[in-house]
Write a protein that binds this ligand. Structure first.
Ligand code: ADP
Ligand code: MG
Ligand code: MG
Length: 956
């Protein structure tokens, strides 16, 4: 038989702690505490099932439910020996909403229900405390009036202050009985005036009104929105708890309070909380009077304090977690009104989880489930000093792209950032949006703030990769980069003025809000010893447990040795993606890169042509040979300069790349290092077309100083400007693409310009040989990007193998390497079997796979994607959390076809999703071997991978 109402009281409850779905969190907690013989005022819980019926039926309950409620109420009345609202000695109850998850927008609790003009006199007579009885009644009218009848709180506040003023009372508690009588009279008049009906006097009607208000609040817009945002299903429903009142407002031996069994912001093992004497319900948190720290309770009411400590300690052991509890003391007697697992900061979560293991309350595996992976991020970023933070003025809000606190002098260009940083200033880089050649400025800035762009914009991605606080898409900023100023919320901020950003909330604040650095990070980068940070040691301990559990390997996306070192210190064992091109932006390299690009087309053609001619020449004789020699000469004349530029630039880049790769190999101490050959469209490295056009147009009017500056920018001499700029423009225009993301990039570059792949392969193998000869084992993995057709892979692979032979010799010189590919073009996933026959590993590039699989341009999606999310078309940004049901299929197909063709195929992922807990859960389920993410997300990935295994164990 279906049942809708669950009783608790008299030492027994119908429900228990695992019934949150039906009883809500609050109801389940009350039942559990009752069963544990704790002092809980008796009552009953009307289940979430009833709520769903109420919503379905458009605002009524079936007869059988009403009947169950009547029976439960009668049972309560007989247990308490009083009838609800009875004139002489009334039973009074509270009506409390409680869903499985607490959420804003749900109905506030109503206290003292059952009071009316007659029962209030009964309560007075019974307790001999008129002030208390009247105070309870006026509170009831106020709460019921607001919550059930929908009257504005201010109306009531207004009447209350009028009476307080008249009685010269400072606080509510200073009002005597007569004054409270006047408050009641005014409140009732107010209700009648506003609703056209007298305040309901009938206790049963009051109860029904309150109950229905709870059910209705489930569908109110705020609650609905909150559920959408937090992925909470709408058919969960809320429960209603009807509970016998106990009173904290009966005088100074009575009190009400809230607390935590440990400090929820630091995790310290200390009793934490606040209470107020002679108060009720929400007074403690409402800020009406300043509450006392809970330690004071020991002095004021030692017995109740002792009992509270004992009970809450028991609760913590019972629930194996920090408890957030609510209690009331009525004339020295303690009652428990709520308990639940406490919310906590990332730092507290780590401290508590490890402490609970040390105290023998939790097993390590259980402790791993107590920390939200994402929360680990908080431990790695600077934090605002709390007081200063509270006082700061928030002027705008953008997207919280990369957490952490940052403050500094505002600069508007990457160069200015570097210049000021050189002088020792802390700067905040503010841009419309960032581009790859802002990297140098981004890396010296405390934080990054942009006016446009989404959670996966360049600033966001790079900010996260660098572990740099970033707020992006802050539309309220009006940036005038030329004028070096911005305006926001009517304030003008000039270069050098201070701003602060909170990358965890997206808030932008005026002025310099002081910050302090992350302890964990200081240990990881060697500024602090592990012995000096207890927090670090706990953090490391927790993460070490993940390694015993998880099946997924964790690698990092890192391009330079410093990042690799940090990643290793965070526990990454391998690099899943080294983007070689990121190293091309360095100041001493860019000129060679630009030369390489400008000469690539002609240079490569010349090389191909002269090589072919030479080959034919070697076999030719007589007239044929003479003709070929002439042709060769002509080709050399035509292409010679381009070939020289091309091969010259590659020669310059070779040792630089080799040095980068050696550094990575060394830092990874024998773990695999996956290096991707050149990937992005080439024009990213060249000057912007619009800028060039502008400079050409202005050239004739420029003075000498300006010409010098322009020449320097393009690395020309002043004399070369006139011819050089148009030539440069022509080349930039030649490289222009309408859709660069689907254009000449990825392996398509290596196929048309094989010399580049050859140089990169050489740099990789020479570095590998060098480092391995020095005694550090190496495992290079050469990765070909953007393969959509097996032939593309085959040809690039051949180049890599040829170079490997040249460098390592027949024997291989003891260097073990792999050649594999990224799967990031849908066609690549669909033909994964063909590709797997050739490749030794796959790495899913889920950024591009999402872009192409979903048909979403990452750089343009900001304009509509947020609308999609806001309007519930999709739940989440598919660039943040992998679109499991769509793009995820491409991953599954790739894995399945790839492994069918080659069972030992190693498969990983190197897109942004590699550091996202929900996506990691998916990759675990899909059977990948590893995920690769930015260095600072490695701890998150380790924990998420362990949780995925604990939730859904899978074999090795
Ligand atoms: P919330 O979900 O907002 O925490 P609660 O239902 O827990 O709301 O109620 C808020 C406060 O009201 C409780 O902390 C407690 O102080 C008071 N309260 C609720 N029910 C009772 C009761 N039966 N007796 C005394 N106080 C109560
Ligand atoms: Mg509560
Ligand atoms: Mg890609």
């Amino acid at each position: 038989m279906a049942r809708y109402v669950y009783f608790f009281g008299g030492g027994r409850a119908d429900g228990h702690k695992d019934m949150k779905d039906i009883l809500g969190g609050k109801g389940a907690g009350l039942a559990e505490m009752t069963n544990a013989s704790l002092p809980v005022p008796p009552g009953f819980t009307i289940s979430t099932v009833a709520c769903n019926l109420y919503v379905e039926r458009g605002g009524s309950l079936p007869q059988e439910v009403e009947k169950e409620i009547d029976i439960a109420l009668e049972r309560l009345e007989s247990l308490m020996g009083k009838a609800l609202g009875a004139p002489a000695d009334p039973l009074l109850v509270s009506v409390r909403s409680g869903a499985k998850f607490s959420m804003p927008g749900m109905m506030d609790t109503i206290l003292n229900l059952g009071l009316n003009d007659r029962s209030v006199e009964g309560l007075k007579a019974k307790t001999g405390n008129g002030r208390f009885a009247k105070d309870s009644y006026r509170r009831f009218i106020q709460m019921y009036g607001n919550v059930v009848l929908g009257l504005d709180k201010d109306h009531f506040e207004h009447e209350l202050s009028a009476v307080k003023k008249k009685a010269r009372a400072k606080a509510d508690v200073d009002l005597n009985e007569a004054a409270l009588d006047e408050v009641i009279t005014r409140y009732k008049a107010l209700v009648e005036r506003e609703t056209g009906k007298p305040f309901p006097q009938e206790p049963r009607a009051q109860l029904q009104g309150a109950r229905d208000a709870v059910f209705k609040s489930w569908m109110n817009p705020r609650a609905v929105t909150y559920r959408k945002l937090n992925d909470i299903p709408h058919d969960l429903g809320t429960a209603v708890n009807v509970q016998t009142m106990v009173f904290g407002n009966m005088g100074d031996t009575s009190a009400t309070g809230v607390g935590f069994t440990r400090n929820p912001s630091t995790g310290a093992k200390e009793f934490y909380g606040e209470f107020l004497q002679n108060a009720q319900g929400e007074d403690v948190v409402a800020g009406i009077r300043t509450p006392h720290p809970i330690a004071d309770l020991e002095r004021l009411m030692p017995e109740a304090y002792r009992q509270l400590r004992e009970i809450t300690t028991r609760l913590e052991r019972h629930y194996k977690d920090v408890q957030d509890f609510e209690f009331t003391i009525q004339e020295g007697r303690l009652y428990m009104l709520q308990t639940r697992n406490g919310k906590r900061t990332g730092m507290a979560a780590v401290n508590i989880a490890v402490d609970l293991v040390e105290e023998g309350i939790l097993a390590p595996r259980e402790a791993l489930m107590k920390v939200e992976p994402q929360a680990l991020d908080q431990l790695l970023h600077p934090v605002f000093e709390p007081r200063a933070r509270a006082a700061a003025k928030v002027v705008a809000k953008g997207l919280p792209a990369s957490p952490g606190a940052a403050s500094g002098a505002v600069v508007f260009t990457a160069d200015d950032a570097v210049a000021r940083a050189r002088q020792g200033q802390r700067v905040l880089l503010v841009r419309m949006e960032t581009v790859p050649d802002d990297i140098h400025g981004m890396s010296v800035a405390q934080g990054i703030l942009t006016a446009t762009g989404g959670m996966t914009s360049h600033a966001a991605v790079v900010g996260r990769q660098m572990g740099k606080p970033s707020v992006v898409g802050c539309g309220a900023l009006e940036i005038d980069a030329k004028g070096r100023r911005l305006s926001v919320a009517g304030k003008l901020v000039r270069e050098g003025d201070s701003l602060s950003i909170d990358g965890a909330t997206g808030e932008v604040m005026l002025g310099l809000v002081p910050t302090s650095p992350s302890e964990v990070l200081q240990v990881v980068d060697g500024r602090l010893k592990p012995e000096q940070s207890a927090l670090y040691r706990k953090f490391a301990r927790l993460l070490a447990w993940t390694d015993d559990v998880r099946r997924l390997g964790i690698r990092a996306n890192a391009d330079i040795p410093r990042d690799a070192k940090i990643a290793f210190a965070f526990g990454a064992r391998g690099i899943g993606l080294c983007r070689t091109e990121h190293m091309f932006f360095a100041e001493e390299r860019l000129p060679h890169v630009v030369t390489m690009i400008r000469s690539a087309a002609r240079g490569q053609r010349g090389l191909d042509l002269t090589r072919a001619l030479r080959a034919r020449l070697a076999e030719a004789q007589g007239g044929e040979a003479r003709r070929l020699r002439a042709e060769l000469k002509a080709a050399q004349a035509q292409y010679g300069p381009a070939m020289a530029d091309y091969t010259g630039a590659l020669k310059k880049l070779l040792p630089m790349q080799r040095a980068d790769f050696s550094g990575l190999f060394r830092e990874m101490k024998g773990h695999p290092v996956t290096i991707r050959t050149l990937d992005p469209p080439l024009h990213e490295f060249l000057p912007k077309r619009e800028e060039l056009i502008g400079d050409i147009a202005r050239l004739s009017g420029m003075g000498t100083a300006e010409k010098k500056a322009v020449a320097k920018k393009y690395r020309l001499t002043v004399a070369q400007l006139k011819r050089g700029l148009p030539e440069l423009l022509r080349e930039v225009e030649e490289l222009h693409e309408f859709n660069p993301m689907l254009g000449h990039r990825g392996c398509r570059l290596g196929i048309t310009y094989p010399e580049i792949t050859r140089m990169q392969a050489r740099a990789i193998f020479e570095a590998a040989l060098q480092v391995s000869r020095q005694g550090t084992p190496v495992k290079p993995e050469v990765m070909i990007p953007l393969v959509g057709h097996v032939e593309e892979f085959k040809r690039q692979k051949q180049i890599v193998l040829d170079v490997a032979h040249e460098v390592l010799g027949e024997s291989g010189s003891g260097v073990e390497y792999l050649v594999g590919t990224m799967i990031e073009v849908p066609r690549g996933a669909l033909t994964a079997d063909e590709i797997a026959r050739e490749a030794q590993f796959f790495s899913f590039g889920t950024n591009d796979l999402t872009q192409m699989g979903f048909g979403l341009s990452r750089d343009d999606a900001g304009k509509f994607l947020n609308h999609y999310i806001d309007h519930g078309l999709i739940d989440r940004d598919p660039f943040v959390t992998l679109d499991a049901s769509g793009v995820g299929q491409l991953v599954e197909i790739g894995v399945q076809k790839g492994r069918a063709a080659k069972p030992e195929l190693k498969i990983g992922v190197c897109g942004e999703h590699g550091g996202d807990p929900a996506s990691i859960r998916f990759f675990h389920g899909a059977g990948l071997d590893y995920v690769s993410c930015s260095p600072y997300r490695v701890p998150i990935a380790r924990l998420a991978a362990a949780q995925a295994q604990l939730e859904r164990p899978s074999g090795d």
